[in-house]
Design a protein around this ligand. Structure first.
Ligand code: MLT
Length: 410
């Protein structure tokens, strides 16, 4: 008789965004005339930058001729893209990351889940609360937790609450943990971490022989020059941190799929036999076995992000969404809503008005204003009473959304 991975049965609900989609579809079916504006899932709306499109067209033409055709690429990614990332995202900013420490992939969501393949099953794992649900759910699937309690918190995980009361900056864990997930600019709260905050975590990891899984998928939205864009800007981080980055939000690749993960060669963990084991080697082994790389055409498109024209276009794209975030933030503040984030980040995190529960506010906004956002409690128990709006949409929709919320609050 076939057995299943029973850990899946511990998962509380469907994955958050499909669950929202299901509710929205039901509403639209019942109200076909409603013009629903979606500021829920952080999915980009603007087309790919022209430099990217041009590079992808050229690459596709290469695939059309025997002389330039490409079959399997390197599982770690093509050298041209790894070199461009090492230069532009790291060396040019004074950060040491070598091209061969960069692994090209099809997404940070996949990589933050897949990384568990190379970690043991007995690690004590810390996550912020609220948190990007993938970190939690993939640990549940891997059998690293017990069951969920009535608030949806899984036994065996260490939750570090981040709320307005602590300025969305978590306390260090009160017990030693082995793995810490950090995401900055943060999804969902939209807050950023200062150098001091990150240093505190790096020092903690060094002291406790822990590792940090650092999700920097939204780093392109940092405009403040004092805010670190990479954890490797912090001394010692190369010995304790893996960094995840993505072209999804930076360059509009959510549907195109290209990201990368940095596993420094200096990052080692002790095996049960007491030997230092390189996580870089393990990840390389994992990727070569389970992954065949991102397509050549897409990697050529990603490379073009680093061309002069590409850099300019991407900057404009990011500014466009940041302006949306500003409009949302200021528009909501005007009607007395308490708003956080949305400055160096594409997410605006708000306190639900009139003490409404997160899902109550979700229903209220959908029914009365035909607007979709993401309930804070969907990101964790400490997100209850909060709500996330994404700045990824057209200007017209964002302006209309602000008007509708203001009207609702009258
Ligand atoms: C979000 O809305 O939180 C993101 O779109 C999720 C993701 O990038 O997977």
């Amino acid at each position: 008789m076939t057995a299943i991975n029973e850990n899946f049965l511990k998962l509380k609900a469907g994955y958050l965004f499909p669950e929202i989609g299901r509710r929205v579809n039901a509403f639209v079916e019942a109200n076909p005339k409603a013009k629903v504006i979606k500021l829920g899932i952080g999915d980009v709306t603007e087309p790919l930058p022209p430099a990217v499109i041009e590079a992808m067209h050229k690459a596709l033409d290469e695939m059309a001729s025997r002389e330039t055709f490409k079959g399997y690429g390197p599982e770690q990614g093509y050298g041209f893209l790894r070199d461009a990332i090492a230069k532009h995202d790291y060396a040019d900013r004074g950060v040491k990351v070598n091209a061969d420490e960069i692994f090209i992939s099809d997404g940070s969501k996949c990589d933050t889940g897949n990384i568990l393949d190379i970690l043991g099953n007995d690690n004590l794992i810390a996550v912020l609360d609220p948190v990007y649900p993938v970190y939690v759910d993939t640990n549940v699937m891997a059998g690293h937790t017990g069951s969920a309690d009535s608030q949806g918190r899984y036994q065996g995980l260490v939750y570090l609450p981040v709320t307005a009361e602590n300025d969305f900056t978590p306390e260090l864990p009160s017990e030693p943990v082995d793995v810490i997930y950090l995401c900055y600019p943060n999804n969902p709260t939209g807050v950023v971490a200062t150098k001091e905050t990150l240093k505190k975590w790096v020092d903690y990891a060094i002291e406790n022989k822990a590792i940090i899984l650092y999700d920097a998928a939204y780093e392109a939205f940092i405009t403040d020059s004092d805010i670190p864009r990479s954890i490797y800007e912090i001394e010692g981080a190369r010995d304790v941190a893996i960094e995840f980055r993505s072209f999804s939000k930076t360059a509009g690749f959510t549907g195109t799929r290209c990201a990368f993960t940095v596993v420094p060669k200096t990052l080692t963990v002790k095996s049960s036999a007491g030997n230092d084991v390189s996580l870089h080697q393990l990840w390389n082994r994992r990727q070569s076995t389970k992954f065949n790389g991102v397509s050549y055409v897409i990697q050529k498109g990603a490379e073009a992000v680093y061309s002069e024209a590409g850099q300019q276009q991407v900057k404009e794209l990011v500014s466009f969404y940041l302006e949306n975030a500003r409009l949302l933030r200021e528009g909501l503040e005007k009607v007395g809503i308490e708003v956080y984030g949305g400055v160096n980040a594409p997410y605006v995190w708000l306190k639900t008005p009139d003490e409404l529960g997160s899902w109550e506010f979700f229903d209220h906004l959908l029914e009365k204003a035909h607007l979709v956002g993401t309930p804070g409690s969907g990101f964790g128990a400490a997100g209850e009473g909060y709500f996330r709006l994404s700045a990824f949409n057209s200007r017209e929709n964002v302006e209309e959304a602000v008007k509708r919320i203001q009207k609702l609050m009258e």
